[in-house]
Design a protein around this ligand. Sequence first.
Ligand SMILES: NC(=O)c1ccc[n+]([C@@H]2O[C@H](COP(=O)([O-])OP(=O)(O)OC[C@H]3O[C@@H](n4cnc5c(N)ncnc54)[C@H](OP(=O)(O)O)[C@@H]3O)[C@@H](O)[C@H]2O)c1
Length: 373
Amino acid sequence: MRFARFLGSARSAYAALLIGAFAACAAGGASAADGTIRQWQFAKAADGFELALKEIARPAPQANQVAIRVHAVALNRRDLMMRAGRYGIGGTQEGGVPISDGAGEIVAVGPGVTRFKVGDRVAGIFFERWIDGAPSAEVLATARGGNAGGMLSEIVVADPARLVAIPSHLSYEEAATLPCAGVTAWVGLFKRGKIEPGQFVLLEGTGGVSVFGLQFAKAAGAKPIITSSSDAKLARARELGAFGTVNYRANPDWQNEVRKLTGGAGVDQVLEVGGQDTLPKALQALAYGGHIAVIGGLSGFASDVPVGALMGLAAQVTGIYVGSRADFEAMNAFISEHKIKPVVDRVFELKDAPAAFAAMDEGEFFGKIVIRL
Ligand SMILES: NC(=O)c1ccc[n+]([C@@H]2O[C@H](COP(=O)([O-])OP(=O)(O)OC[C@H]3O[C@@H](n4cnc5c(N)ncnc54)[C@H](OP(=O)(O)O)[C@@H]3O)[C@@H](O)[C@H]2O)c1
């Protein structure tokens, strides 16, 4: 009887050991059992950089650090520029870890950590040192996926002050899309644009920033008008609640169509991502007192300031550079309140990261491209 009880408890102890080993493996990724993790790194190539998959020692958190098991990362246009070695702020580093945006679960905490605990679901902030308040040279000097380590790694060790909790209704794939594109759209519309219900909002193209802009504007009770080169993508935009859609390829003077959709008054807010080809047209579609959030340069960065048109419309133009941790947290509160689900177009596996970069390059997507780790 006693022997049988011993056998029973030995069996449960063995089972517990197995479950522990399995959990550690699941938390640490496929290769974690031998104390290593998989991580993509930038490696010098003839034409900029290429992606190299490395197996490295599993990093452990030191005092005031946490280890995150990254479950998903999302691509931004900047990640392509980083790979090409054509991006500012410190440039691309040999051995640097790509991709600014990622979400995961905290699997270990070092001594002194109080902000998060094991099991918490988090995302990294884009500018690691921009916690709150106005931008400065110091806080804009380092950004994830560039001169600060990126998220394309099974485990990332980080200062918990540089992380935010992610909304509970989002999957890791959805939450991974928030740090750059989401925060940028939110800052452009809410913090700088001070969007109001009923306003007309212009979104250019159906990439990451613009689709977030569409969802945020709709949730704020505004009327989003979105352009695209593809009628199929415009149909998807209408399903998401677009008030109006215009094919900018079929209508080279799309700004006139946009103005017509506003009844002639013009748009009150623009998330200007197109750059030199779109800024002059966006201005022609702008209402008196309207606001243009200058964000991107998909067609090349615009370099002339159209002073006359801006003064004539008593318009506002603000330059946006993502945002702070406080902006990220304010956006998360809005996303949670309105149960917004970021649009993930496609999910790639970790081993297929180069294919995810190629898909971003091709532009045949709507919203965001994600890699699952
Ligand atoms: N300042 C900042 O803080 C900040 C933050 C994030 C991004 N950005 C910049 O903002 C821009 C957009 O970023 P993203 O991540 O949203 O890009 P993205 O996801 O790569 O957007 C790609 C989409 O943009 C549309 N597009 C391309 N060229 C266009 C043009 N000439 N006119 C209108 N739409 C065009 C296309 O949409 P269709 O296929 O529908 O035609 C394309 O599929 C990039 O230049 C990026 O570097 C800046």
